[in-house]
Design a protein around this ligand. Structure first.
Ligand code: ADP
Length: 201
C-alpha cells in the first residue's frame, strides 16, 4: 500500500531526541488517594531532576482539567477519557525525550492499565503513594473529604467510591510522618537507571 504520510518517515525518532537531551523519555505515573501527596512529590521530584539536568513535565488534574480536558465531567466515562487523553499526552512528551510526571488518582486497575497500554510497558513506572485514608482525611488539603462526608460530593474516592490498591506498583510510598524530601530521595534512587544516561549525585 502506498504510504500516504511519507513526511513522518523523516521525523526524528524518540531515540534521537533522547540522545539529544541525554535522558530517557519515560512516564512516572503517580496513583493514590486525594491528599496522599502525589502533586507535592511530583513537583519536588521535578525540581530534583532538574538539578540533574533532566527536563520534565508535570501533569496533574489542575493543568489538564482546566485546559485540554475542560470539557470533561467526573462521570465514569469522562474519568476514563481524562486518563486516556492524559496518557496520550504523556506519550507525546515521552516521544520528545521528556520525562513526564503524571499525578492522577487513577483509582482502579482498569484505568491504570489503560494508561500503561497507551504509554507502553517499557516507558512507564507506576508510583503508588499509599498514604492511608485516615491521614489523607486528616490533612484534607482542599476540604474535599469534609464535603464528601457531608454528602456534598458523590462518588468521592475513598469515601463513596472505591480505591483499588495497585498490586504491582514499581514503587510504593506511605508519606505519613515523612518529609517530602525523604520521599523524593527514595524515588530518585529507584528511578535513576530508568530516567537518565548517567546520574551524578
Ligand atoms: P494529592 O496530589 O495526592 O491530592 P497533595 O500533594 O495535593 O495530594 O497534598 C498532600 C498534602 O500532604 C500537602 O499538604 C503536603 O504538604 C502534605 N504532606 C505531608 N507530608 C508529605 C510528604 N511526605 N509527601 C507529600 N506530601 C506531604
Amino acid at each position: 500500500m502506498k504510504n500516504i504520510y511519507p513526511i513522518f518517515n523523516n521525523m526524528l525518532s524518540k531515540e534521537e531526541k533522547e540522545r539529544q537531551l541525554h535522558q530517557r523519555g519515560v512516564t512516572l505515573w503517580f496513583t493514590g488517594l486525594s491528599g496522599s501527596g502525589k502533586s507535592t512529590i511530583a513537583v519536588a521530584l521535578e525540581r530534583r531532576l532538574a538539578l540533574q539536568g533532566v527536563l520534565c513535565k508535570v501533569l496533574d488534574g489542575d493543568n489538564i482539567r482546566s485546559g485540554i480536558n475542560s470539557d470533561l465531567s467526573f462521570s465514569d466515562m469522562d474519568r476514563e477519557e481524562n486518563i486516556r487523553r492524559t496518557a496520550e499526552i504523556c506519550k507525546l512528551f515521552n516521544d520528545t525525550g521528556i520525562v513526564t510526571i503524571a499525578a492522577f488518582v487513577s483509582p482502579n486497575a482498569y484505568l491504570r492499565a489503560l494508561a500503561r497500554s497507551i504509554i507502553g510497558e517499557g516507558n512507564i513506572m507506576e508510583i503508588y503513594i499509599s498514604t492511608p485514608l485516615a491521614e489523607c482525611e486528616r490533612r484534607d488539603v482542599k476540604g474535599l473529604y469534609a464535603k464528601a462526608r457531608q454528602g456534598g460530593i458523590t462518588d468521592f474516592t475513598g469515601i463513596s467510591a472505591r480505591f483499588e490498591e495497585p498490586k504491582s506498583a514499581d514503587i510504593s510510598i506511605d508519606t505519613t510522618n515523612r518529609s517530602v524530601e525523604s520521599c523524593v530521595d527514595e524515588i530518585m534512587n529507584r528511578i535513576a537507571s530508568r530516567v537518565v544516561y548517567e546520574l551524578q549525585y
